[in-house]
Design a protein around this ligand. Structure first.
Ligand code: TRP
Length: 340
């Protein structure tokens, strides 16, 4: 009997989301979770809070996590007994497997990680957590035999390392871990090959980023609907004078069409046809501004209506499940390496 693949995703809860993060990453994840949890696949959505403390946290990880989970629920996640939320720090097996994997990973391998190089460059003191980050990530994935791990491209190198460590362990101690899918298969699974990237409103050649200082460049999920409306109205477009989808020559207009489609959950092609032949950019902006404001308003009121207790209960159930799966796997690992 082949087991249905497990899907696992780590959610970083230490920052506010932009409309771009929401439409481009979170919403697709919610749709995947809804689809696959109904097909009898387990979907693990966890907070890598031990990863978060590689840099100073201001004590708000807890509040941010609660808000992030509420965002998932408000975005339409349909809870069922195949969807599990948990915090890495509440499942001791993550740290323990990390140590065991540390004894198979090499300094050379970890030294080659670009994230480590970027984070340590030019510093005279770097904490060991930053160096060991990818091994803990491998433990996060391998404990649950996860096949699909939707991550951004910046994490593919860590995923490759996870695969290498799994293979090494299986080879040395016998089949123990499920091999996560290759990055290219992850992309296919996520169906993101059409490259949804919401752009910076003032600088549409670039992607919308929360770290851009200009407020007008980005819409945050917490923005007041009226403020969001103004930002869309002041979006930079072009002087072509035709409403059409052409990311290369008209990234601003194309971005607005893309936003309109995603916010209304309509196929992009349909939105493009609706506007074909139109020339008034102001009309398009009005429409998109309206769509975004309406969406934010509904979304924010949903969030406000979710009680903290709901999240507490969800985490409690998820952590009971995760502890059971993870500690069973850890036991096998301990036996294989000779600790038991
Ligand atoms: N490193 C991931 C990121 O920065 C977060 C993460 C930690 C993760 N452990 C994971 C993601 C395991 C997927 C699976 O986005």
């Amino acid at each position: 009997m082949t087991k249905n693949p497990t899907i696992l995703t780590g959610i970083r809860a230490n920052s506010e989301l932009t409309l771009g993060n929401f439409l481009g990453a979170l919403l697709p994840m919610v749709r995947l979770a809804n689809e696959y949890s109904k097909k009898d696949c387990h979907v693990n959505i966890f907070s890598p809070d031990l990863h978060s403390i590689i840099s100073e946290v201001d004590g708000s990880l807890h509040d941010n996590l609660y808000r992030t989970i509420k965002i998932y629920l408000a975005a339409g996640l349909e809870l069922n007994d195949h969807i599990h939320f948990y915090r890495q720090s509440r499942i001791p097996a993550h740290s323990e497997l990390c140590w065991i994997l540390n004894c198979t990973a090499t300094m050379g391998e970890l030294n080659r990680m670009t994230q480590y190089k970027d984070k340590s460059e030019g510093k005279d003191s770097v904490n060991v957590g930053i160096f060991d980050y990818p091994v803990l990530m491998a433990a996060d994935i391998l404990l649950y035999d996860a096949t699909y791990v939707p991550v951004g491209e910046d994490q593919f190198q860590h995923l490759e390392l996870t695969r290498r460590l799994a293979e090494r362990f299986n080879h040395k101690y016998g089949e123990t871990f499920t091999m996560p899918a290759k990055p290219e298969d992850q992309i296919k699974f996520m169906k993101t090959d059409n490259g949804i990237r919401i752009r910076d409103l003032q600088n549409p050649e670039k992607k919308m980023s929360k770290s851009t200082p200009a407020e007008n460049s980005k819409i945050m999920l917490s923005d007041a609907p009226t403020a969001a409306r103004k930002k869309i109205m002041s979006a930079i477009t072009d002087s072509v004078g035709k409403i059409q989808y052409d990311m290369f020559n008209q990234p601003g207009i194309s971005n607005l069409l893309q936003i309109e489609a995603l916010v209304n959950d309509a196929p992009l092609q349909e939105v493009i046809s609706t506007w074909a032949g139109e020339t008034h950019y102001g009309d398009l902006k009005q429409k998109v501004a309206e769509s975004v404001a309406t969406m934010l308003e509904a979304f924010q009121s949903k969030i406000a209506n979710i009680q903290d207790q709901t999240i507490t209960d969800l985490l409690e159930a998820g952590e009971a499940y995760a502890n059971e799966i993870a500690s069973t796997k850890l036991l096998t690992v301990q036996e294989r390496v000779g600790l038991r």
